[in-house]
Design a protein around this ligand. Structure first.
Ligand code: HEC
Length: 351
């Protein structure tokens, strides 16, 4: 392969590998920018020169992929033995495919200035959390009594007492100085499924399920130009990034593409940053029984549990929006009053 050709290949593969900034650097500085270009060249030289055997085994081990690739390439290249993509170039190709997809946008009852939680949805979402997600994800900031407070799922106090009593929490020390388990009370918080992070990782192939208390608000994404301009303005920003992301993530699991190698315990989901996630697909149709007639589908479960997570992360959303509207209404009236008073006070001053 000629030097120029090789250089241009390196340029292309490293452009794929690194996103926008290096592309800009490459465009402005090209081959004159040695720092990053050399970093790329060094290993690929060894690939081709010093360790030809590695390449041969590579070709032996995966001939169908090679042939497929060659067929797709223009015929001139196919005859050239070195033109077959090296492991590095394949890697570069994955890298460019690794950017996650933007979550889809869904309708939420709690979006907008007049938004309110749908109580029935929160109750269904809690059921999904309790029966599916709670076996891995804790929700440490939620106390049982919160479930009966206004603005939430609004279970009755009796229901909450019964629910709490079905959980065991650690308490103590007692008179003998020992810790003991007792049935939970409404004032207790949800007991976590694992004693600590290490226990969770040991049970889940090294992955750690994040606590769900504020997850719906902790996840976001950039909506790109021009919408991010609105997101920068208080009062106009879109506040449902997190829930959109959670639903997209739940529905987004795909079969691992043949050219992607995932380690054990990882799954392919294009909405997860890096497109790989350590959570096995948690939902499937009919896995939770709804008693209010809502459809028992992944889509419905995902939306309900996301709405529930939003409420857990922001239990006072309704009063926040109500107070906000009240304040704006008051200010409007107040502006009118001030204007009227100003006219009155200055009415006998000639001008
Ligand atoms: C088998 C255990 C398990 C179950 C059940 C489970 N998860 Fe997870 N979840 C995980 C693990 C492990 C991770 C961390 C994955 C990672 O970091 O790659 C995770 C991560 C997540 C994330 C965070 C992704 C991110 O952006 O970091 C969300 C959201 C999530 N789970 C939602 C849910 C919901 C909703 C349910 C119930 C419908 C659920 N999970 C059920 C194990 C589980």
């Amino acid at each position: 392969m000629s030097e120029a050709r090789r250089n241009s290949r390196r340029l292309v593969s490293s452009m794929k590998r690194r996103a926008l900034i290096p592309v800009a650097v490459a465009a402005t500085m090209g081959p004159l920018s040695p720092a990053w270009a050399q970093e790329e060249t060094a290993p690929s030289v060894t690939d081709q020169g010093a360790a030809p055997s590695a390449q041969e085994t590579d070709q032996g081990a995966a001939p169908p992929a090679k042939e497929g690739d060659n067929a797709a390439a223009p015929p001139a290249k196919a005859t050239e033995k070195v033109a077959a993509p090296s492991a590095k170039e394949k890697e570069a190709r994955h890298e460019s495919a690794r950017h996650e997809e933007k979550p889809k946008r869904f309708d939420w009852s709690f979006a907008g200035a007049f938004g309110r939680y749908d109580k029935a949805q929160l109750r269904r979402g809690f059921k999904v959390y309790k029966e599916v997600c709670s076996s891995c994800h804790s929700i440490k900031m939620l106390a049982f009594r919160n479930l009966s407070q206004p603005g939430g799922p609004e279970f009755s106090e009796k229901e909450v007492e019964a629910l709490a009593a079905s959980y065991k929490v650690k308490d103590g020390p007692n008179q003998a100085g020992e810790y003991f388990d007792r049935p939970a009370r409404p004032s207790d918080r949800f007991p976590p499924p694992f004693a600590n992070e290490q226990a969770a990782r040991a049970a889940l192939a090294g992955n750690y399920p994040p606590d769900m208390s504020v997850l719906a608000k902790a996840r976001g994404y950039s909506r790109g130009f021009p919408l991010f301009l609105f997101d920068a303005l208080p009062g106009f920003s879109y506040q449902e990034h997190g829930v959109d992301y959670i639903v997209s993530l739940m529905e987004g699991y795909e079969d691992t593409p043949p050219d992607v190698n995932l380690p054990d315990g990882q799954f392919y989901d294009p909405y997860m940053p890096g497109r790989r996630i350590g959570m096995p697909p948690p939902l499937s149709d009919s896995v939770v029984t709804y008693d209010d007639g809502a459809p028992q589908t992944i889509d419905q479960y995902a939306k309900d549990v996301a709405a529930f997570m939003m409420w857990v992360a922001e239990p006072h959303l309704e009063s926040r929006k109500r107070v906000g509207l009240g304040v704006v209404a008051f200010l409007l009236v107040f502006v009118g009053l001030l204007y009227y008073i100003k006219r009155k006070i200055w009415s006998d001053v000639p001008h």
